[in-house]
Every structure is written in structure tokens, then in C-alpha cells.
Design a protein around this ligand. Sequence first.
Ligand code: LRH
Length: 473
Amino acid sequence: STSGHVAAIDLGATSGRVMLGAVGPNSLELHAVGRFPNQPVRTINGLHWDLLALYRGAVDGLRAAVAEAPDVASIGVDSWAVDYALLRDGRMLGTPFHYRDERTAAGVEAVHAVTPFEELYRRNGLQFLPFNTVYQLAAERDGGMLSLADTMLLVPDLIAYFLTGEAVAERTNASTTGLVDVITHAWDTELAERLQLPASVLPRLVDPGERIGSTLGYVNDGIGAISPIDVVAVGSHDTASAVVAVPMRAETAAYISCGTWGLVGLELEQPVLTDAARQANFTNEGGVDSRVRFLHNVMGLWLLSESIREWERAGESVELTELLAAAASVTAPVAVFDANDPRFMAPGDMPARIAEWCREHDQPVPSTQAEFARSIIESLAEAFGDAVRTAAELSGRTVETIHMVGGGALNELLCQRTADRAGLPVLAGPVEATAIGNVLVQARTQGFAGGDLESLRDLVATAFAPRRYDPKA
Ligand code: LRH
């Protein structure tokens, strides 16, 4: 078989990137051809994503990809989950909200009043997160916008729509809305109707690997393409794409996809919908090839990045490499706080909230940047280890190794302390797992790489050999 090029648009909470991948039966390479910041904007009615700026960044990146590889065979898009745009006649109604916007609390109450969480969990298998799409839509219901809309598109589906004019819902990301049946993987229109959410706005579901359409004329002009390029559905939920690229043996490994969030769990063939799983707040999200992503959301590097933002707002300078080195040499005992405490969810002064938690729990209050950073890393490592143990218990699996992928794989102290606190070896990398998973699913559709997830993961393991951290006594 042949080899060829594909382009991945990967939008993260702090930045977006376009990666050009070159894939053959025994080779896998990729590099960034475009990077752009993702800067949410607070306006009079709340916190929003600047989606047009992200789309522009994506188009600029695609132009660079086409310039470098005129034979690029397809484009795939992934982003963070749950957020959406409402459209009417193809036009976006208003500016999409950020999931960290505070308006969702009212939606949670409205949904649970009609359908208690226990029943929701039976139907959609999702952990409770106050920003799941179903709660956001319920918060939106009485505002009038929802009744104007004819279509709801999740963020990657919106970008694919701008590129192709085709409005679809990719299934892995749709699974995070709360409106997809965990058993049938179809829209739960009965639940939508019961919550007075118009099921008519939910687009046709497509699976990763399916062709969505091809780039429209105005897009070809914008990106310098001589002829239209296919847009292929990937695991458009970034975590689904990341899991594709974990070089693991899924029967005995746990994974941590660590960026803004730390998504900690296992890949399973069947969902776990027990009372214990619900009480532990474990989610059963849809994976590529109908695998189940059985995992728990841990707060992630958000704790650190939001602390750094606060120090910079206060005029202190912060250099990440130096900060992490200083954190590694802290010898005083530092607090291990509950990284999952909901008080850490919203944007704002993170060090103050951590200090408050420590005072409330009679723990040493960090006093320097280095102590805060160390306390965050110890707390994340503890929460990661906990989640791995819980995932194993709930699923009956034996976990022998933990794979750390995403930006967290670059953080040596975090990898080592996770190994120490979990008592298991941590295999770190690849850092760009999400983009790699995006590239691989497209490459398979194009016939550049073959087979099941296991063979795709073999390619990853060879191209990006993980770095091993053994637990220290
Ligand atoms: C990670 C992620 C995660 C979701 C959150 C909203 O980027 O997609 O899987 O829970 O963002």
C-alpha cells in the first residue's frame, strides 16, 4: 500500500494547532504547520470562545499544510468536548459559551428535576460534570435562542461545517452531550423531548473514519488548494483521539491524557453502569471503533496554568521550566489538596483558592510559587493514582502500567510522582497524542495505514517510544 499526507486541526483550551502527518504502513511522522492561541472572551453575558479566531487559525494552518504538501488527502478536526454553536439557516446564532461559564447551575437543577441523575446515568453513562451539553442546553431553553435554532453543532463539527457545508455530529464527541444512549449510541430523542429540548436540532450522527464531505470553493481559495480536499470524521472529541494514540496494551494499562484536564481511565469493550461506577463519578464516553472510554475527569494542568496567569496578572514573572525545577527541589512538606474540589473549576485567582482549601483542612499553606507548583503536582499525582485504582476496582481489571500522554508527559516531576504515588511504572508520551490519533484515523480511511487500534498503536510505539518512570520506594 501507499503512504501519504493528512492534516489534523486540533483545538485545545489554551491553544490550537494544525499538524501535517505523513503516514505509511510502517511509518508515522508529524509536525506543526500552524499554532495559534485560544483566548476566551468575557462579555456582558458571560464567558465565550472566540470561535471565528480559532477558525481563522485553522485556515491559516491549512494553507501552510497545503503549501508544504500539495497532495494532502484529507483534513480532520478535534477539540475539547461539550460546547456547541446554535445555527439557523447555516448562520451562527450568537457566540458559543465556554463550559467554564457559570450559567450551567440552573440547567443542572432543571434537568435533575425531570430526570434524576441515577436515571440519566443509566441512559447516557456519563459522569456528572455541571457543563455537560444537556445542562447547558437546559440553561439556554428559556432564553429563546434554542427555539430559533434549526441545528446544534459541537465545536469540531462546526469547523467541519464551515469547511464543507455538511452538518453532522461525530459520535465520540456527541457521547459527551448527555443526549446519546450509552447502549445504542443513537440520540436519545425521548430524553431530549422530556427535557423540552428540540430533538430536531440534533444532526445526523457519523462515526470516526467516515467521510463528511469536501472543502467548499471559498475554502479552497482561502487555503490555496487546487482541488477540493476530503474532510474525514476522526475521534473529534480530543480525548477520544488521544486514546487512539496511547501506545498501550489496553487489557493491562491505564491512561492519563493530561493537558488542561487529566482524563484518567481505561479502554473497555463494554460500559460499566453500576451504582459504584456512578457513585465514583466514572464516565463511559464513546471511543473510536466503538471502544468505551471509562474514565474520570481530574482537574489537570489547569490548576498550574491558572496559577501562573494569576501571578502574571499580579506582575510577577514566571518561567515554566524554572518553576518546575524549583518545585522539584522543594523539601518542606507541602499540602496534598483535593484537586477535584469544584471550587477550582472557574477561572480566577487559583493560588488564593488553594490556600483557602489548605487553611480549611489544616494543611500547610504554600507561600512561594515553587511551593504552590509542588503542591499542585503532588495533588494531581495523588488524584491520578486514586483514579487509576478506582478504575481498576470498578472494572475488575488489573492495571500494570500507566501511560501518560499530552502536555503532562513533558512534566518529569508529575510523571515521577504519579509513578510513586500510584506504585506503578509510568510510560510517558507522546505529547501530541491527540493530533496523532486524529492523523491515524484519517490515514486509515485513506488506506495509508491499516487495521485495528492495536496496529495503529504499534505504529505510535515505534515512532514515539515512551519514556519510562519507575516508582521509587
Ligand atoms: C479535554 C476535554 C475533556 C472534557 C473537557 C470539557 O480537552 O475534552 O475530555 O471533559 O475537555
